[in-house]
Design a protein around this ligand. Structure first.
Ligand code: DQA
Length: 137
């Protein structure tokens, strides 16, 4: 089984960015833990701060992978293009967020990803990604 994890803008700074919201762990460290926990899955990881690169990555993996887990970060709340890309591909997408976006500012309550995703997991910290993997199993 091949699962692609795609992280959007500013998530390269996890571990140092707003630790009271996003914790102290880097995503690279967490990704190594995930790979060890699910040795039977081919896990792929991509991060970009650039909207078009995230769309290109969805196109790259969206016709051959078994599942996609996306945290589009701030683009969740703004990007018609990412929503359309998810609609255009074959692979099921689970939207994840580290924080509970509904407990935060109003502008974080809108998502262009959710209407096109298979499901949404948020508010469980980094564990949101593990739960998304479990949902594909
Ligand atoms: C986030 C929530 C977004 O609102 C925010 O812009 C992020 C991270 C999360 O994982 O909690 O960058 O997607």
């Amino acid at each position: 089984m091949k699962i692609s994890i795609i992280n959007g803008p500013n998530l390269n700074l996890l571990g140092q960015r707003e630790p009271s919201i996003y914790g102290n762990q880097t995503f690279d460290h967490y990704f190594a833990d995930l790979k060890a926990k699910f040795p039977q899955i081919e896990l792929d990881y991509f991060q970009s701060n650039i909207e078009g690169d995230l769309i290109d990555q969805l196109h790259r993996v969206g016709f051959s992978f078994d599942g996609i887990i996306i945290n589009a970060a701030a683009y969740t709340h703004t990007s018609v293009g990412l929503g359309d890309a998810i609609k255009a591909i074959d692979t099921s997408v689970i939207e994840v967020h580290i924080s509970n976006t509904f407990a935060r500012e109003d502008f974080r309550h809108t998502s262009y990803i959710t209407p096109n995703a298979k499901g949404l997991i948020l508010g469980f910290g980094f564990d949101s990604y593990r739960l998304a993997i479990e949902s594909f199993l």
